[in-house]
Design a protein around this ligand. Structure first.
Ligand code: BTN
Length: 323
């Protein structure tokens, strides 16, 4: 918290010195305490000039996703009020599950610079290198029946499509159920995991992976041709903390609507607007087998309706979709 406040004071005066005394007064701590925090900030990569009788000046900030960076300028009131950052972790979804089981508050954000065992859907790996992506998980506690849980992935996808369109200036599309694409290439995936009691949701962990500044050549070769990053789409690097803030700010109001509506409700239309699945000829690989046909619609639960080759309508609850 103290580091966030110090950073905020430095950032409010770009190019200017902030005196140690002003910081002591504003933050109610000693000069030695300020100096110690400045040193910690320098150790994490901030270039801060310290000049006797003048104070401190921020020269440059590294691209970090620490709690201090995400909090600075964040306008949400629920999401990210509590932030747990780890430089390296196995999977942010694992830690989020553990914290949720131990009573972590709704809206708690778990984020890491790097994941060593990032997980994708269907037991796949999620490539999560350091310094270049957003790998994060959000703990939610909607008081809704279990049947509504899968819809949170679709609500999250709407928020992500909006956020990534805003950040890049290019149109991001939703591929049912959990992928965000630019053109035909995926830049972001969602992995929702849940815990339930009887038929009520106990908590949800919504894991979000976004390739922000990952270099194209660094993607593993199996996904070279199908993966992209915000940097490739925009032609410029983006500050990762800004990406996190934008996503949280888009998702929070949609999540409130989802809880108030008791489900997907009116958000279904928003989803349809941003989706790139409906109307297409698809191949759906489900646990029960493969279905080929035209994607017609999603129902009020977010289930995909497909007309197969014999003209019969099929409901698809979970699948990998190809088109
Ligand atoms: C997919 O498209 O298959 C889902 C990818 C989800 C990746 C994110 S990164 C943060 C969170 N932690 C994980 O281990 N996975 C999710």
């Amino acid at each position: 918290m103290m580091q966030s406040s110090i950073l905020q004071m430095l950032r409010e005066r770009p190019g200017d010195f902030v005196s140690g005394e002003a910081m002591c007064n504003a933050l109610g701590v000693s000069r030695t305490a300020i100096w110690k925090h400045i040193k910690d900030l320098q150790d994490t990569g901030y270039q801060i000039e310290a000049v006797r009788n003048k104070g401190y000046r921020l020269l440059s900030a590294p691209d970090l996703v620490t709690a201090a960076e995400i909090r600075d300028g964040l306008t949400t009131t629920l999401f990210g009020q509590s932030i747990v950052f780890r430089p390296t972790i196995d999977s942010t979804n694992n830690l989020a599950q553990e914290l949720a089981n131990n009573g972590a508050l709704e809206g708690t954000l778990v984020i890491a610079d790097e994941q060593e065992q990032g997980r994708g859907r269907r037991g796949r790996n999620w490539y999560s290198p350091p310094r270049s992506g957003v790998w994060m998980s959000l703990i939610l506690r909607p008081q809704l029946p279990l049947a509504h849980a899968p819809q949170i992935t679709l609500v999250t996808a709407i928020a992500l499509a909006k956020a990534l369109t805003r950040l890049t200036g290019e149109r991001a599309g939703i591929k049912w159920p959990n992928d965000i694409l630019f053109g035909k290439k995926k830049c972001c995936g969602i992995l929702t995991e849940m815990s339930a009691e009887f038929d009520q949701i106990h908590h949800l962990v919504v894991g979000i992976g976004i390739n922000v500044n990952v270099a194209q050549a660094d993607f593993p070769k199996e996904i070279q041709d199908i993966a992209t990053s915000l940097r490739a789409v925009k032609g410029a690097t983006l500050p990762r903390a800004k990406v996190v803030q934008t996503v949280l700010e888009e998702l929070e109001p949609l999540y409130r609507q989802y809880v108030e509506n008791g489900g997907f409700g009116t958000l279904r239309e928003d989803w349809k607007q941003m989706n790139i699945t409906l109307g297409k000829e698809i191949v759906a690989h489900t646990a029960q087998g493969t279905i080929r046909g035209r994607a017609l619609d999603i129902d009020e639960f977010g289930v995909l309706l497909v007309e197969d080759q014999s003209g019969e309508q099929k409901k698809i609850y979970s699948a990998d979709i190809m088109f």
